[in-house]
Design a protein around this ligand. Structure first.
Ligand SMILES: O=C(C[C@H]1NCCC[C@H]1O)Cn1cnc2c(c1=O)CCCC2
Ligand SMILES: [Mg+2]
Length: 485
């Protein structure tokens, strides 16, 4: 039947699973950790893809497509890159009834797929910069609790792989891409994120440094890595022999980056904005931004009302909005209101007999349930204004909740108190890896250990003599910590 059986503040995990299914985003699949992405999800993915693809094309990145399959030799080429992850790699060992001579890996990411060819294609400085991206799926056979969008064994992403003659060019692109990831979260998904650098322990082991945008889920008190932009330095160039003849005729290794965001972004959006009536979609990414529902009265002239609904759809469609009318005669208005609220449609337009008479329509906002009557003559302007206000309001509310979840901690006790209150902790840290390992050990438990989320580029003042919250040594930086997905 209609409606959720679990409340967001009471049983978050089950609430989330119900929302993604009842909003028709996800269908569960018979293989654990794999999910069907239904059209209501794909339209969101496509909207973000349209933005990001256009932006990277402006950066002269070209789309490509490499094979799904990786030969074992290359995959295991980079020891410390792969050893930590080996259990997650899925392998094809048979075709039909016969065993394969050599098992073939399914790509968990494509560094090792692409870089032998980078080595072949990059000969001279004129071959640089090489900037490729692919939109594809990857497979990681995760064992910890699978969660739709957030942690699945197969997911969609884009992975950018670029090579430059100089570190400066690589460093610059890392941040340019990270800004695009911030825009995806803050401008499209209406989710506040922190831009920062990963610690040595949390960074991509194969790279030089990792930058990320970090989101936070107040209900669970968990950080979530929203997207990553890595500078790989010359590590992979060394491994795969990716070198070029520079202007002076000497040989030099390239500087590389790799960067990705995935369908995980959609799960963060559900978690942050969803409520006890279901999904709440930011207008920028909503497949349907406006749903028009007729409200027939007993003896109403339904023909005239349906025509008014269709005229409303035409007017708003011409104005560039994504709008539908629900004219099904086997459901009443009340059922339709709940249905489209569950699916998170940002704005509903109700048209009843009185609205016809008065040449007005009634708008109902999904984010704050406000209702207002507006004259049909002013429809387009008002709908545009309201959708913009909904987008802003979703961001403002999410930011206010996220900021309320941040605690500054200067001592271990303050840290543990905040951690147990499901907070995102900003603490002065000595930046020593052993100390971070110690924090993980000391906070290990049923619901997972605390880890560093990122060192924000925006550093608060660090007064001389400030001590590390965990080691008591002189602090070097402010870092965000918390439990995470
Ligand atoms: O994938 C990356 C780094 C990089 N890959 C390309 C896009 C950007 C960024 O995600 C890290 N990583 C994560 N997970 C795994 C691997 C791995 O390299 C390799 C083996 C299986 C699991
Ligand atoms: Mg992983």
């Amino acid at each position: 039947g209609l409606g959720l059986s679990k409340k967001k503040d009471e049983n978050f995990g089950e609430w989330y699973s119900e929302v993604v299914v009842h909003s028709e985003m996800i269908e569960y699949y018979d293989i654990s950790g794999c999910y069907i992405l239904r059209p209501w999800t794909m339209s969101i993915w496509e909207t973000m893809q349209a933005f990001f693809d256009a932006e990277i094309k402006r950066m002269k990145v070209k789309n490509t497509y490499f094979p799904l399959f990786v030969s074992p030799g290359v995959l295991e080429k980079e020891k410390d890159h792969i050893e930590g992850f080996a259990p997650e790699v899925a392998w094809v060992t048979k075709s039909g009834k016969s065993e394969l001579e050599v098992p073939i890996a399914i790509r968990p990411t494509s560094e090792t797929v692409m870089y032998p060819y980078f080595s072949k294609w990059i000969r001279g400085h004129r071959d640089l910069p090489l900037k490729l991206n692919q939109w594809c799926n990857v497979v990681r056979w995760e064992f910890s609790n699978p969660t739709p969008f957030i942690r699945s064994r197969e997911f969609l992403w884009q992975e950018g792989h670029t090579a430059f003659a100089t570190q400066a060019e690589a460093d610059e692109e890392v941040l340019e891409i990270l800004e695009l990831y911030r825009r995806i979260y803050e401008e499209y998904l209406a989710i506040p994120v922190v831009k920062g650098k990963k610690s040595e322990l949390e960074k991509f082991a194969g790279g030089l440094y990792t930058t990320s945008v970090e989101a936070f889920i107040p209900n669970t008190g968990r950080g979530v890595q929203g997207a990553t932009s890595h500078c790989l330095g010359q590590n992979f160039a060394k491994m795969f022999g990716i070198e070029f003849e520079n202007e002076k005729g000497g040989k030099a290794m390239v500087w590389q980056n790799s960067w990705a965001y995935s369908t995980r972004t959609i799960g963060v959006m559900v978690m942050v904005h969803g409520d006890d009536k279901g999904l709440v979609l930011p207008p920028k990414v909503a497949a349907t931004q406006v749903i028009v529902v007729p409200v027939p009265y007993k003896d109403t002239n339904t023909k005239e009302m349906f025509e008014a609904c269709l005229r409303t759809v035409d007017t708003l469609t011409e104005a560039g909005f994504r709008v539908e009318a629900d004219l099904r005669d086997n459901y009443g208005p009340g059922w339709k209101y709940s249905h489209w609220e569950m699916k998170g449609v940002p704005l509903r337009i109700e048209i009843g007999p009185r609205d016809l008479e008065k040449k007005q329509v009634r708008l109902a906002r999904r984010d704050n349930s406000d209702k207002l009557d507006i004259p049909v003559s002013n429809l387009v302007e008002q709908v545009k204004d309201i959708l913009d206000r909904i987008q802003e309001n979703l961001f403002d509310v999410a930011k206010q909740k996220r900021d309320a979840s941040i605690r500054v901690a200067k001592t271990w006790d303050e840290f543990m108190e905040a951690l147990n209150q499901k907070k995102m902790i900003l603490a002065p840290w000595c930046d020593e890896m052993e100390v971070e390992e110690e924090v993980k050990k000391r906070t290990k438990g049923e619901i997972g250990a605390a880890k560093s989320l990122c060192t924000p580029f925006e550093q608060p003042e660090l007064p001389e003599g400030t001590l590390c919250f965990a080691s008591g040594k002189p602090a070097k930086k402010w870092t965000y910590w918390g439990r995470s997905y």
